[in-house]
Design a protein around this ligand. Structure first.
Ligand code: ARG
Length: 588
């Protein structure tokens, strides 16, 4: 189904043509003076130069042709040459009707259906998720859902950090604590136990302790590097231990991600491409791309147009060890082989910009990807505290994601209990659900590249631009609909009616923007556009709700029309929150 502004522009274009002007001048936009009109067209201003005529004359000619238009009930030419427009309610109804009957509310399939891999989450094995992981998970998940809804084929990959020095550090830490474990006996030939020799809480203690020690004790660090080397080169006991670390850690990560409604299709990691590295290195050498510089193997990636220094991309260190770069490049190679994506999207902190610049240039130069494969990096801003500095715990430590989620749930629970008749148990359940909307919306409503202030009080408020406000609006609609059903009405198959007041019309005008908004959010991978749309939609609905009798409307046809409008508004809001990654309760 065509986008609403396109439909309006077509009608306007016809009027321009009928008056003897170029039809492309008839571009209609939403009015920036809603007190004067609903839509406007400034084409006569541009036409003035083309036709050497006063813009007001052109506007007058066009307005005349719009008399009797099915689309605009009013088209007024105003000085110096604007066309102020008001929509016909019958026409608006026709479009809303069509939208309600079409799949995905009239969102068309993309011109080209792309296969997209989204690399997000970025968790590191054996390290608890912290507040810095929130954005990658939440934004990545939403982009995945938006692109999927828009009709693309999307694969989400967590791309675990499961292969570097951090693994050697955990193994060394374990060896210090439990030197007698069978895994460290290199002469052992038998099977290893199925049970991991540690719990997730032990693991979470071991890593930071070991990492801190390695910073002070260079001998210890050397041992951790050796452990990493042994692991990567397949020493049996180390591999077996690593499998345990991976399993225990992934189970915990899955639990944490799923509490944010974040689900990955692939749980691959850096380790998965280990065996591809020698082949990739040989390929880069044979192709003449990679050369030895100061002992290391590198690929030059600077370009003539660079205004800043872009250092070479290092493929192997002088000791032959691979780096973060190496696994990312080998992963590109693997993804091309296994999935042949049209696009790969990465989500990381915006401080990795130079890094991804190097990796992408290297992948292109060495032809790991085809020229038409898009590589896109989305760098997001920092989550700050009210002091404007990166968000910390009260005592200044790194905030664990789990703690952040729990504190948001507690605050939401407090607000839900305030002034509501709800059992403790129900309030908990509702608060848990609504708290997720507070967290996700609080993050997603900001443009990804910007920093934002994490303000639990504002995020959990039922008023303003927040997740709970959106859910509150949906619940309000659901409760009217259930009352209507209790009174014996059916909410299925009802006929919409033309708007009878300004607020009803404004609600309809907001609804019909859905397909254009969603297409744009997918093209620009921009969840904040969905947030902005539903905030306006929720406001339009609440306005309408306060000004309109719904259940007490006496005219049956009109009442049914209003109910149909409620059903459509609820459905659109629910699709939107679903692509943002959360859902609404029945009551709150
Ligand atoms: N594990 C990495 C980190 O903690 C993030 C991974 C991002 N994805 C990627 N393909 N490099 O910084």
């Amino acid at each position: 189904m065509k986008k609403f502004l396109e439909l309006l522009s077509e009608e306007m274009g016809k009027a321009f043509a009928a008056a003897g002007y170029d039809s492309t001048l008839g571009k209609v936009t939403v009015s920036n003076r809603p007190d004067l009109c609903e839509y406007q067209c400034n084409g006569a201003m541009a036409g003035a130069k083309l036709y050497h005529k006063a813009p007001i004359m052109i506007a007058n000619d066009v307005a005349e042709k719009l008399a009797g238009s099915e689309v605009f009930k009013e088209a007024t030419a105003v000085a110096p040459g604007f066309l102020n427009l008001k929509l016909s309610e019958e026409y608006l109804l026709k479009v809303v009707d069509q939208m309600a009957s079409e799949p995905k509310f009239g969102l068309e399939k993309p011109d080209k259906i792309k296969k997209i891999i989204i690399d997000y989450g970025g968790a590191n094995v054996a390290k608890p998720l912290h507040v810095g992981h929130l954005r990658s998970a939440v934004i990545g998940e939403s982009i995945k859902r938006i692109c999927r809804y828009a009709g693309h084929e999307v694969i989400g990959d967590v791309h675990l950090g499961d292969w570097g020095l951090q693994m050697g550090l955990v193994i060394m830490g374990l060896k210090e604590r439990k030197p007698d474990l069978i895994y460290f006996d290199e002469s052992y030939q038998g099977e290893y136990p199925e049970e991991a020799p540690f719990t997730i809480s032990e693991l979470e203690e071991i890593y930071p302790a070991s990492s801190a020690k390695s910073k002070e004790d260079s001998e210890y660090k050397a041992k951790a590097m050796e452990a990493t080397f042994k692991l990567q080169n397949g020493v049996r006991g180390y591999r077996a231990l690593w499998k345990h670390i991976l399993n225990v850690s992934v189970a915990d990560l899955k639990k944490n991600y799923s509490s944010l409604n974040v689900e990955f299709d692939l749980w691959k990691g850096e380790s998965d491409v280990h065996d591809l590295i020698p082949e990739m290195v040989a390929y880069m050498k044979d192709g003449g791309y990679a050369y030895i510089s100061e002992g290391a193997l590198v690929v030059d990636v600077k370009e003539d147009t660079d205004t800043k220094e872009v250092p070479p991309c290092m493929i192997l260190k002088s000791d032959g060890a691979s780096l973060y770069n190496t696994t990312d490049l080998a992963t590109i190679m693997e993804r091309m082989r296994l999935y042949h994506p049209d696009e790969i999207i990465y989500l990381t902190d915006k401080r990795q910009d130079l890094y991804f610049d190097q990796v992408f240039r290297c992948a292109r130069k060495t032809k790991l990807v085809e020229p038409e494969t898009e590589l896109k990096w989305i760098g997001f801003g920092t989550v700050n505290g009210k002091d404007g500095k990166p968000f910390k715990t009260r005592d200044g430590g790194v905030m664990r994601l789990e703690t952040l989620i729990r504190e948001t749930k507690d605050e939401m629970y407090r607000k839900i209990r305030e002034g509501r008749e709800m059992s403790e148990e129900e309030a908990r359940k509702v608060a848990d659900l609504v708290a997720i909307s507070a967290l996700l919306y609080g993050d997603l409503s900001n443009q990804a590249s910007k920093d934002y202030i994490f303000d639990v009080d504002r995020f959990t408020s039922f008023e303003g631009d927040t997740g709970p406000y959106i859910l509150y609006t949906i619940v309000r609609i659901k409760s009217i609909l259930s009352k209507y059903r209790e009174q014996g009405g059916s909410t299925e198959g009802l006929k919409l009616m033309p708007a009878e007041n300004e607020s009803e019309k404004a609600l309809m005008m907001q609804l019909v923007q859905f397909n254009a908004m969603m297409q744009n959010a997918a093209e620009e991978t921009a969840p904040h556009k969905v947030c902005a749309y539903i905030y306006d939609l929720a406001n339009a609905f609440n306005h309408f709700y306060h000004e309109t009798k719904i259940l007490s409307e006496e005219d049956t046809k009109k009442r049914e029309g209003l109910i149909a409008l409620l059903v459509l508004t609820r459905d659109v809001l629910e699709v939107c929150i679903d692509v943002l990654g959360f859902s609404a309760p029945e009551k709150m």
